[in-house]
Design a binder for this molecule. Structure first.
Ligand SMILES: Cc1cc2nc3c(=O)[nH]c(=O)nc-3n(C[C@H](O)[C@H](O)[C@H](O)COP(=O)(O)O)c2cc1C
Length: 383
């Protein structure tokens, strides 16, 4: 029964994402123009459907485990209108699942912007298309401008997660084998709910969340199979180990298991020098600073609210892959950094590139075999 247990069978059934690899790898943000790189360089990511399909098929062949899209409704302006073109994530997932064989593809869904039963049904449809490979990234939202486009109120932070709890309880009930049910909560009153078919194969889709606050993380611990946490620059190995252990221990106290993932931004070239040069060129010298400042302003971070030094630090951090961990270097360095994350207890990482299609082949050819030699992954398939 919902939070009080799993109504839909063992939630761990799909946690391995179809591979025995100790370190899972995914691609983050490919459904958006410019992806995760707030840059004006002309080779920046298109986010177009043909490019997404080519990327998903390439990743599928190489044994990459998952693709994680961003639920974004309104671009951030600047020179490029950063993330101004975004493909809706559940329909995007449906298309990619139909064109791939092994990948788990997530939909990233703002709980407050869609009725839970419509969402539950969409997830089941996607899951049938992918024969059990659909995953849900549940987000509560934070961007007021996006909510205004829907005529929806952005609730206060605690109420957002209380609402998401009821929303997810309903989704899980709709997926469960039980017959008609009623639901009485603070936000929802539903009568005689009937939802068929159920998710594929008698298990339910993977559920992840990326809450950073205590409330967001405890939501993930109570409800999700995976928590995505930013392990950014400046967070030590020991802090990462402690974070992963704490999240897992708290989950065990609720009789659950959870995996912890992180996000990274890869710039991998034949030499450390080439990688550093390209990183500086694309992310520092050609950042879309107008977009970066707009993102920060939406979070209340401006030169008026922060001291100059602190503002500059946060600004650089945001420009740098939206705060993801920079993995910049030659293949040995990038593989070494990924191995370090695995050693810290992380189950996997979702990465982005300035241009995913141009850069993924080199990453797969050079970095994946090194991870295989470290025992973290199987040898990649032919691209
Ligand atoms: C890997 C990752 C993916 C996320 N994806 C989205 C997203 O697509 N859309 C969105 O509005 N927020 C997204 N977020 C924001 C989180 O859902 C969350 O709101 C944020 O980390 C702040 O945590 P809090 O809600 O606990 O305060 C993402 C965060 C991370 C780290």
């Amino acid at each position: 029964m919902s939070r009080q247990g799993e109504p839909t069978g063992n939630g761990r059934a799909r946690a391995a994402m179809g591979s025995a690899n100790r370190l899972k790898l995914g691609l983050f943000g490919a459904n958006c123009s410019s992806g995760r790189a707030v840059t004006i360089v002309p080779e920046r990511w298109s986010g177009s459907w043909p490019d997404c399909v080519r990327l998903a098929r390439m990743a599928d062949r190489a044994g990459i485990e998952f693709m994680l899209p961003i639920g974004r409704w309104k671009g951030y302006g600047g020179t490029t209108d950063y993330q101004g073109e975004t493909l809706e994530t559940v329909t995007w997932a449906c298309g990619l699942l139909a064109r791939t064989e092994r990948l788990t593809v997530f939909g990233t869904v703002h709980a407050p912007l869609i009725a839970p039963l419509v969402a539950a049904k969409q997830f089941v449809t996607a899951d049938h298309i992918g024969e059990g490979r659909f995953g849900l990234n549940l987000v509560c939202g934070w961007n007021e401008g996006e909510f205004e486009m829907f005529g929806a109120a952005l609730r206060d932070h605690e109420a957002r997660y209380a609402y998401a709890q009821e929303w997810l309880d309903i989704v899980k009930l709709a997926w469960s084998p039980r017959e008609d049910f009623d639901f009485e909560g603070r936000f929802f009153r539903l009568k005689g709910v009937r939802a068929k078919p159920k998710p594929h194969g008698g298990t339910r889709p993977l559920i992840m969340n990326a809450g950073a606050s205590a409330t967001g993380q405890s939501f993930a611990i109570r409800n999700c199979d995976a928590l995505f946490s930013n392990v950014s620059l400046g967070i030590s190995f020991e802090e990462t180990v402690r974070h992963v252990e704490k999240v897992k221990a708290l989950a065990r106290q609720c009789g659950r298991e959870i995996d912890v993932y992180t996000v990274g931004v890869v710039t991998c070239r034949a030499t450390a020098r080439e990688a550093a040069d390209y990183y500086r060129h694309s992310i520092v010298e050609h950042a879309d600073w107008g977009a970066v400042d707009n993102i920060l302003a939406m979070k209340g971070i401006t030169p008026q609210t922060h001291a100059p030094e602190e503002f500059r630090r946060i600004r650089d951090h945001q420009a740098n892959g939206m705060g993801g961990l920079p993995l910049v270097g030659d293949p040995d360095m990038v593989a070494g950094e990924l191995a370090r994350l695995a050693a810290a207890g992380l189950t996997g990482i979702a990465v982005s590139f300035v241009n995913y299609l141009d850069e993924l082949p080199y990453f797969c050819t050079e970095v994946l075999p090194r991870l295989a030699r470290s025992g973290l992954r199987e040898e990649p398939g032919p691209m």
